[in-house]
Design a protein around this ligand. Structure first.
Ligand SMILES: [Zn+2]
Length: 349
């Protein structure tokens, strides 16, 4: 048993050494080699001793088999440990909750049991952060270590957009189409999830739309001025990088697309409602395609950075009645302005 444990630790050590070797070799070829050889000599001693003692005994073959099995087990353990470590890393990476969820077929979310298990995470989210009081924006960073960026990030959103560099920016190309959708009240906002197939292309990169949600008042300001509301259309590219298109909303004429979303408001929080009609979010895009762009973050915990923001200059109209419907549900769900810290803002001229 003890021999097996020694072998296990040897194998684990070897796995480690192999993993480190290429790196140390790259940095310090000669000394790394020396180190490796002295290490292996030291480690070989017990192996020789073990082998010698074994040779005097019978049943060497079965012991070897046993040792081999132990080796294999150790390798499996090492692999599993590495996998667990990677999983942990992935989990600790800022996840764009509640903005981006894997796409589920609208409707299935409302009734399936798998959604009921997913739902269990929502009350925790809801309890953990809000827009006022002890769990408000100033506390987000302290509510969970996963939210540290909310406090410590230096490229946070929203910001007051001003002093942009006026340029001939690449146009944003929208490849949106009429698709099925579901609507969810996630406890922080109303969120629409379209089925797959809505793409946005900018600067040679293609992002697929994940979801759209709303804030009142608008989180972003332009030269200090906010709008009544904003729609955030969250997109993700193949590498998982996010691009959020912000469409400011001011009181004006009734908006057909917004009405379609409101018509499908769920009666219960955290239960997605599948709409019976399709929606074409292309109809929501303002006619004038000029925009501001800068690098920022999600505006809700975990406040992950590296988000490309595309803020349309021209607002769209919604009726006072449509605004009142959202205000009744979420009178204030906007994160306060964050420091721009000398970030470059570009804008269409
Ligand atoms: Zn948002």
């Amino acid at each position: 048993m003890r021999a097996r444990l020694i072998l296990l630790s040897l194998v684990l050590f070897n796995v480690n050494a192999q993993a480190n070797d290429p790196v140390t070799k790259l940095v310090k070829p000669a000394s790394a080699k020396e180190e490796a050889s002295t290490q292996s000599k030291d480690e070989l001693k017990p192996i020789k001793e073990l082998k010698n003692s074994r040779e005097t005994k019978s049943g060497e073959l079965s012991r070897q088999k046993e040792a081999q099995a132990a080796d294999e087990l150790a390798l499996k353990i090492a692999e599993r440990l590495a996998a667990i470590r990677k999983e942990k890393e992935d989990v600790s990476k800022p996840v764009n909750r509640p903005y981006v969820r894997p796409y589920t077929i609208p409707g299935r979310a409302a009734s399936s049991t798998s959604d009921k298990t997913k739902k269990s995470t929502h009350p925790i989210d809801a309890a953990h952060w809000s827009y006022e009081g002890e769990t408000g924006p100033l506390s987000w960073g302290k509510l969970s270590t996963a939210n540290s960026k909310c406090d410590l990030g230096e490229r946070q959103s929203p910001i007051d957009i001003r002093d942009g560099i006026k340029l001939d920016l690449d146009s944003i190309n929208f490849d949106y189409k009429s698709v099925q959708f579901s609507v969810l009240d996630n406890g922080h906002t109303i969120q629409l999830t379209p089925s797959a197939g809505n793409y946005l292309n900018v600067s040679g990169k293609t992002y697929e739309m994940q979801q759209m949600h709303f804030h009142r008042p608008s989180e972003e300001r332009i030269n200090g001025k906010g709008a009544e509301m904003v729609a955030h259309l969250v997109h993700k590219d193949r590498d998982g990088k996010l691009a959020v298109l912000a469409i400011l909303m001011e009181v004006g004429e009734s908006n057909k697309i917004i009405q379609q979303v409101w018509n499908n408001l769920p009666l219960e929080k955290h239960e997605a409602t599948k709409a019976l009609s399709n929606i074409d979010l292309g109809e929501l895009i303002p006619a004038r395609r000029d925009y501001y762009t800068y690098m920022g973050s999600l505006t809700t915990p975990p406040c992950s950075e590296g988000v490309l923001w595309l803020v349309m200059k021209e607002p769209i109209g919604i009726s006072a009645e449509q605004l009142a419907i959202f205000a009744r549900l979420y009178p204030m769900n906007a994160r306060p302005l964050q420091k721009s810290s000398g970030r470059i803002i570009k804008e269409s001229r």
